[in-house]
Design a protein around this ligand. Structure first.
Ligand code: SF4
Length: 373
């Protein structure tokens, strides 16, 4: 099996379940956090013994809201990660809710070796934050960026959502401008999509909420593309922009179809087996079931599938087209593409659509089929 150098850790707890969220996230289960963290640490240790993993180049702690964990809980997880082997220059990302970003917490995160913070800003418009049921205000989101920067974070991402009902182009641009002015290093901007099974999905189905039409959503997307380019950001993936040298190495590994290990409830993994096949695995989704499996010394994997070389190649190409620079793993896909263009079946240069082809945003994150944000 090819050596694995990217690790995703899933923390599925949130203070409140936002109405558009279909991530594998659970509110009001905060009492479970201590047991869950023990189980997660146990899984990391068990996988170290089973798999050729490490030294790690990237670690991504996502959720849910992993910024709910205490310093000691994060320390336990990162101690287990270090036992696998963590490169000196590894990228270690923590997702944080703006309400959790205090000077004390940030100092602790830095002390633990977390060097990239991904803050869920989403919007700075009060109406949008209310609509999305986010618990923070725009002021708190900006404060979170400033606090992280002042404490010493040199690599800060802001997650934004566009296409939110009630936010017109000027409102969206106001959010974008303010975040750019705060000197953010990286931006992920996703279209608000309506997922089946969420409360937003139900509100749209019953006519309570009307989503903006596709044209106005695209207008917001292209306005962001132009503005961020003018501000010196590199547009390196359909929904991601970075200041030079600040691309997200963890997500790039995923988009380049490199193997990764996902630990935690509902986390996905992808391994490259010796015989040229690719294996996908996904863990049991519910935190209770996950804790039970680990406590009984069992593998947390709920199911797995093997992909033939050709199928994996096609999948790598599908993921790779998200990248503005293409992907080196597409192999003979480029020949196939050329043939399709020559025969008129494919248009050579399409402007990328922002979210219709949206896939799992982060390696190992529970994807469609399980629940995600
Ligand atoms: S959107 Fe984020 S904060 Fe809201 S419920 Fe989902 S994971 Fe939790």
């Amino acid at each position: 099996m090819e050596r694995i150098s990217s690790l995703y850790l899933h923390v599925p707890f949130c203070t409140w379940l936002c109405k558009y969220c279909d991530f594998n996230a659970y509110a009001v289960l905060e009492g479970l956090i201590p047991q869950y963290v023990e189980a997660l640490a146990g899984e990391i240790e068990a996988q170290k013994a089973r798999l050729p993993v490490g030294p790690l180049e990237t670690v991504f702690i996502g959720g849910g809201t992993p910024s709910l964990l205490t310093r000691e809980q994060l320390r336990l997880l990162l101690d287990r990660v270090r036992a696998i082997g963590l490169r000196q220059d590894a990228e270690v990302t923590l997702e944080a809710n703006p309400s959790n970003v205090t000077a004390e917490r940030v100092e602790g995160w830095l002390e633990l070796g977390i060097n990239r913070l991904s803050i869920g800003v989403q919007s700075l418009q009060p109406g949008a934050l209310r609509f999305l049921e986010r618990l923070h205000s725009g002021v708190e989101a900006i404060e979170a960026i400033r606090t992280a920067r002042a404490a010493g974070f040199r690599n800060i991402n802001g997650d934004l959502l566009y296409g939110v009902p009630g936010v017109d182009l000027s409102g969206w641009m106001e959010t974008l401008e303010t975040v750019i002015d705060e000197g953010i290093d990286h931006l992920s901007a996703y279209e608000l999509t309506v997922e089946q099974g969420t409360r937003l999905g139900q509100e749209v189905r019953t006519g309570l909420v009307r989503m903006p039409d596709a044209d106005s959503q695209l207008e917001q997307y292209w306005a962001a593309v132009d503005r961020l380019e003018a501000a010196g950001f590199v547009h390196y993936e359909i929904s991601n922009w970075a200041r030079p040298g600040r691309t997200c190495r963890h997500n790039l590994a995923n988009w380049h179809y490199r193997p990764y290990l996902g630990c935690g409830a509902g986390a996905h993994s992808m391994f490259r087996l010796d015989e040229g096949t690719t294996e996908r695995r996904w863990n049991v989704k519910g935190p209770h079931a996950y804790i039970k499996r680990i406590a009984q010394g069992q593998d947390a994997a709920d199911d797995r599938e093997q992909l033939s070389h050709d199928r994996a190649l096609g999948e790598a190409a599908m993921i790779g087209v998200r990248l503005m620079g293409g992907t080196p793993t597409t192999g003979n896909f480029l020949d196939v593409r050329r043939q399709l263009v020559e025969s008129g079946l494919l248009i050579a240069r399409l402007r990328p659509l922002p979210s219709r082809a949206r896939i799992s945003r982060r390696a190992g994150r529970p994807s469609r089929g399980s629940a995600r944000r």
